[in-house]
Design a protein around this ligand. Structure first.
Ligand SMILES: Cc1cc2nc3c(=O)[nH]c(=O)nc-3n(C[C@H](O)[C@H](O)[C@H](O)COP(=O)(O)OP(=O)(O)OC[C@H]3O[C@@H](n4cnc5c(N)ncnc54)[C@H](O)[C@@H]3O)c2cc1C
Length: 374
C-alpha cells in the first residue's frame, strides 16, 4: 500500500479518493476552497445509470427526475428522446459533492480543505508544494477541474484549444414539462446551444454556451423563450468541449476529470464520464503501487476515450458539413428518436448513434445524411 495525494475535491478527485482508500491506500485529498461543492458550477443533470456505475447514487441530493429530452432546431422542429421511466436525475450539486466526500472519508480518506497545492514535482521523489513546504507521496492524482494550472506545469504546453464560455441562470416560472430537459439550437447561436433543466414545476436552471457575448445572449434567450419568468441570478463559467487529452494516463502522476478533458463534447457533462475514468485511474494507481505495473489507466479508458473522440469528430464534421439544424430535422423526420429512446446512453453519444443505426429509422437517417452530404 502507498501514500496517494489527490488534488481537488470535485467529483473526479473524490471518486478516486474513495476507491483508493477502499483498496487500503493512505489517501489525502487537498481542496483549495473552504467548502466542498462550492462555488457550484453545474446544471446538475446526471444519468441514473451513470451515477450507479460510479458508486455515487443516493436520493440525498436529488431534486427532480427526468424521463427524456427535447431538442429543438432553430426552425422549431423537435426531436424527442424519452423513456417510460426516469433516465436521469437533477441534483443539488453541492450536496452531491458532499455525499461523495462523506463516502471517501468513510473509506478512510483524509480531506484537507482550504489547502491549495502550489506545485507538483514529478521528477525524482514525487512531492507536492503546500504552504511553501514540500510533502512526499508515492503517487498523485490531479483532479483540479477546468483550470489546468498544475496540468500545464507538469506536462508543459497543451494542445491549442480554448474553453467555451457558458452562462447559467435560475428562473422561476418556466412553463415547461418538469419530466424533460430541453435543448435549443437558436438561430443566433452559431456554434453551440441553450438548455433548460427543470428543478420542479416552477424553477429551472437555464444556460447557454457561446464563444462570444454569452451573458448577453442568455438574456436574449430568456426574454424570448421565457418572457414571463423571473430570473434569480446569473453565473458565467467555462467548459472544455474538445475531448480528452492524451496525457496523464501513465506513471505515478495521473489526471482525472475536467483537467483531463473527460467531458462529453456535445453537452459538457463531466460528472459521470469523469467518475468512470476516476474508477480506472484508481485501479491504475493500485496496480502501480502494488505490482509495479504501469499502463492500466490507458487500457481501461480506451473505450471511453474512443467514444468521446468519435463524438467530437462527428460533432465537428456534421456541424461543418450539414449543420445542427439539418441534423435535428433529419433525426426528427427519420424517426430515429424512437431508437435513441430505447438504445441510447446519455453518457456515450457516438455509441448511442451507432446502436440506433441498424433499424429502419436508422437507415432513413443515414440515407438523409448521405443526401445532405453529397
Ligand atoms: C455551467 C455548467 C453546467 C454543467 N452541467 C453539468 C451537468 O449538468 N452534468 C454534468 O455531468 N456535468 C456538468 N458540468 C460539468 C461538471 O461540472 C464538471 O465536469 C465536473 O465538475 C468535473 O469534476 P472535476 O472533479 O473534474 O472538477 P471540479 O468539480 O471542478 O473540481 C476540481 C476541484 O479542484 C480544486 N482545485 C483546483 N486546483 C487546486 C489546487 N491547486 N489545489 C487544491 N485544490 C484545487 C477546485 O477548487 C475544485 O474544487 C457543467 C459545467 C458547467 C460549467
Amino acid at each position: 500500500m502507498g501514500s496517494v495525494a489527490v488534488v481537488g475535491a470535485g467529483p473526479a478527485g473524490l471518486t478516486v479518493a474513495r476507491e483508493l482508500s477502499r483498496m487500503g491506500h493512505d489517501v489525502t485529498v487537498f481542496e483549495e476552497d473552504e467548502v466542498i461543492g462550492r462555488p457550484e458550477h453545474c446544471a446538475g443533470l446526471y444519468s441514473l445509470a451513470g451515477l450507479r456505475k460510479i458508486g455515487a447514487w443516493s436520493t440525498s441530493y436529488v431534486v427532480n427526475a427526468v424521463r427524456g429530452a427535447v431538442f429543438t432546431s432553430s426552425r422549431g422542429k423537435e426531436l424527442l428522446v424519452e423513456r417510460p421511466a426516469p433516465i436521469a436525475v437533477v441534483a443539488r450539486r453541492e450536496e452531491l459533492d458532499r455525499y461523495l466526500a462523506e463516502l471517501a472519508v468513510s473509506k478512510g480518506a483524509d480531506i484537507e480543505i482550504g489547502r491549495r497545492v502550489e506545485s507538483v514535482r514529478a521528477q525524482g521523489n514525487l512531492s507536492l508544494l503546500l504552504n511553501g513546504e514540500w510533502r512526499r507521496f508515492d503517487a498523485a492524482v490531479i483532479a483540479e477541474g477546468m483550470r489546468r494550472t498544475l496540468t500545464r506545469s507538469i506536462y508543459g504546453p497543451l494542445r491549442a484549444s480554448t474553453p467555451i464560455p457558458i452562462a447559467q441562470s435560475l428562473i422561476r416560472g418556466h412553463g415547461l414539462d418538469p419530466d424533460r430537459v430541453y435543448v435549443w439550437f437558436e438561430p443566433y447561436l452559431e456554434d453551440y446551444f441553450a438548455y433548460a433543466v427543470p428543478l420542479n414545476e416552477e424553477l429551472a436552471r437555464i444556460g447557454l454556451a457561446s464563444r462570444s457575448d454569452t451573458l448577453g445572449l442568455l438574456k436574449k434567450f430568456t426574454d424570448t423563450r421565457f418572457a414571463g419568468a423571473k430570473t434569480l441570478g446569473y453565473q458565467i463559467h467555462t467548459l472544455w468541449l474538445d475531448g480528452p487529452l492524451d496525457i496523464g494516463l501513465d506513471g505515478r502522476v495521473v489526471l482525472v476529470g475536467d483537467c483531463a478533458g473527460q467531458t462529453k463534447p456535445l453537452t459538457g457533462g463531466g460528472v459521470v464520464v469523469g467518475g468512470l475514468c476516476a474508477l480506472s485511474a484508481a485501479r491504475h494507481v493500485h496496480a502501480l503501487l502494488e505490482e509495479g505495473k504501469d499502463g492500466t489507466y490507458r487500457k481501461l479508458v480506451r473505450w471511453i476515450y474512443a467514444d468521446l473522440r468519435a463524438t467530437k469528430f462527428l460533432r465537428d464534421e456534421l456541424n461543418r458539413r450539414v449543420g445542427v439544424d439539418a441534423l435535428i430535422e433529419l433525426a426528427s423526420d427519420s424517426g430515429i428518436g424512437k431508437e435513441l429512446s430505447v438504445l441510447g446512453d446519455m453518457d456515450f453519444h457516438a455509441l448511442s448513434l451507432l446502436r440506433s443505426l441498424p433499424s429502419l429509422s436508422g437507415l432513413r437517417f443515414i440515407v438523409g445524411l448521405l443526401a445532405a452530404l453529397f
